[in-house]
Design a protein. Structure first.
Length: 563
């Protein structure tokens, strides 16, 4: 294992230059959570691994989920017992391997008259859920009367309320989880690039067997080739597009469904805890989850056939979500003007004839092409490690068949993720207090330390070292800390532009949008220095982010509310 590797944009030209002269055991197409998990599994089994992502890492669905590592209560309703058990167990494992980005979160489940769940069914369902997921005693579900529920959450409507349950889900940051998995894969020797698009395949001479991929580097603006014994397509919603670059797709195919979330200021929906509640119109349930100074709410689930790279919330999606909130919490009366930002993701599900979007299975499935391409689709963020295990098992089997390679078993259940180096999950809190005491005199607050630790975990001291190294008289500690964070992300997290930093590495566009305008130029000037940007590159960096900044509230234009 090479611990000296940096996961950085700064040595990109040299590393890309070496690719064409290497034959990899495995090339992975796609740097969302599925591809990242496969890279970690493969590299930790000793396979020479290359991962290529055409946008930024996690820029597809893996930064656009509900951000829960969950046991999948709704899958129990669909009788997907095996799936509930597997993701429940994975949840416990992830909490122990990445406690800085996976936290237990109490979830309230109100039961209403004519809602989708009855009291007895909920009690039994939550009991089964705890049992299947192997939930610890102190996190098992409890059932409550209407009066108790109203005490826990005074904003709930009381006319239809019958009672409810309290259980645990785990909150995460999907994009940061993906980055931490990739950084760990990189430590095990995997080479991973963002902004490298696979545009086609190379085949062995005299056979149809895939021998490599054609790539376009969107940063270096050049085409190159990469060669491997096996190629895995982990392109999420793009899986079928990548499959068709290899062969005509027959049989099973993807069914994309769109899921929108909206973010409002916490004071406009000041929930005491996260809540999973009924929508009034279509027998679905949605989440409302407090995070920092905001509460986010979602999601929708509708069939999607539009542009995959830029799915967008429209006014109808947002109104559906707001009216569900106003139905369950009538006193808050949210309007479109309250929406700070939105994000929209596409679920890469496997199509089943005649099934509605919400009824489609969330199970993953592997497809094999005649030419050797292995494609993986479906699944959940929560189940990424097991999906990776199944995929790399398939790769290992092929390598055994073709070159007698020893089959090595998956070891990722024993690997601590980057940033997760704590003996017990509870140690994260002690770590925060210790760092806060250490940096108080330098003007850093406990809240700022907490924000850093819940992003970078045990890597936080490196960010703080960059803070200390700055010689910027006149800059406030808050600004110096932000610049230190940016430098960390450039040097250790492959950031090459504002959007990478403000969306996927820190989530600021979604959760702190109003504060961004004030710091945008500060960040841009620092990026210029760190990356040696030309004036033109700097301008492009600004205008690319500006588009994203507007995009997250663009739906307002169609209802005339402006942003
Ligand atoms: C609204 C919503 C809410 C969800 N909530 C949850 C949740 O709370 N918990 C949970 O466990 N799961 C949740 N999920 C499911 C979960 O988010 C997805 O299963 C998961 O993120 C899919 O990851 P992926 O890596 O397969 O796809 P993606 O993250 O989309 O990654 C695929 C990547 O492949 C890249 N790519 C495509 N084509 C090429 C090419 N030619 N060359 C190079 N790269 C390419 C894309 O740019 C993309 O980054 C949710 C999904 C949605 C949509």
């Amino acid at each position: 294992m090479d611990l000296t590797r940096n996961f950085t944009i700064l040595n990109r030209p040299q590393t890309i230059a070496g690719i064409e002269n290497t034959t990899y055991d495995l090339i992975i197409i796609g740097g969302g959570i599925t591809g990242a998990g496969i890279a970690l599994d493969a590299a930790s089994r000793g396979l020479k691994t290359l991962l290529l992502e055409m946008q930024d890492f996690a820029a597809g669905t893996s930064s656009r989920s509900t951000k829960l590592i969950h046991g999948g209560l709704r899958y129990l309703k669909q009788l997907e017992v095996g799936l509930v058990r597997e993701v429940g167990q994975e949840r416990a494992l992830l909490y122990s391997k990445a406690p800085h980005i996976v936290h237990p979160k109490k979830m309230l489940l109100p039961i209403i008259e004519n809602g989708s769940l009855g009291v007895n069914a909920t009690s039994f369902g939550l009991y089964m859920y705890d049992w299947l997921a192997g939930v610890e005693k102190d996190e098992r579900r409890s059932m409550h009367t209407k009066a108790e529920l109203l005490q826990m959450e005074p904003l709930l409507r009381d006319d239809l309320l019958l009672g409810g349950g309290l259980y645990y889900e785990y909150q995460t940051d999907d994009a940061r989880l993906t980055i931490e998995v990739l950084k760990t894969a990189n430590k095990f020797g995997a080479t991973c690039f963002n902004y490298t698009e696979v545009t086609g395949f190379h085949y062995q001479t005299g056979s149809n067997k895939i021998a490599g991929v054609k790539v376009f580097d969107h940063i270096g603006k050049a085409a190159f080739s990469a060669y491997a014994k096996q190629v895995v397509n982990a392109a999420g919603p793009w899986v079928d597009i990548v499959r068709t670059k290899d062969e005509h797709v027959k049989g099973k195919r993807l069914h994309l469904t769109k899921g929108v979330h909206v973010v409002v200021p916490y004071e406009r929906l000041p929930l005491q805890q996260a809540t999973y509640f009924d929508t009034p119109t279509d027998n679905r349930m949605i989440f409302a989850i407090p995070r920092g100074n905001t509460t986010y709410i979602g999601t929708t689930d509708t069939t999607y056939t539009g542009n995959i790279a830029n799915p967008q919330a429209d006014a109808e999606d947002v109104e559906y979500i707001l009216s569900a909130v106003n139905f369950m919490f009538p006193s808050v009366n949210l309007t479109i003007a309250d929406v700070l930002s939105t994000w929209t993701g596409l679920r890469p599900l496997i199509h089943e004839d005649g099934k509605a979007p919400s009824a489609l299975s969330r199970k993953d499935e592997i497809f094999y092409s005649h030419n050797g391409l292995i494609s993986i689709a479906g699944g959940k963020l929560t189940g990424f490690r097991k999906m990776a295990e199944r995929t790399v098992d398939a790769v290992m089997k092929e390598l055994y068949k073709t070159e007698g390679r020893d089959i090595k078993n998956c070891i990722t259940d024993s690997i601590t993720l980057s940033g997760g180096h704590f003996i017990y999950p509870e140690d994260v809190e002690t770590f925060i207090q210790e760092l806060a005491a250490q940096y108080e005199a330098q003007g850093i607050t406990v809240q700022q330390i907490e924000d850093l630790v819940y992003k970078y975990g045990s890597n936080t001291p490196q960010v703080l070292q960059f803070f200390e190294e700055q010689k910027k008289p006149g800059k406030k500690p808050k600004e110096k800390l932000l610049l230190a964070e940016l430098r960390y992300c450039v040097q250790y997290e492959m950031v090459s532009n504002l959007s990478d930093f403000l969306i996927r590495r820190t989530g600021r566009l979604y959760f702190e949008r109003p504060s961004i305008e004030k710091v945008m130029h500060l960040l841009l000037d620092e990026l210029e220095k760190l990356l040696g940007l030309t004036k033109q590159q700097k301008l492009k960096c600004y205008s690319d982010f500006e588009k994203e900044y507007r995009f997250v509230v663009q739906f307002k234009e169609t209802v005339g509310a402006g942003s």
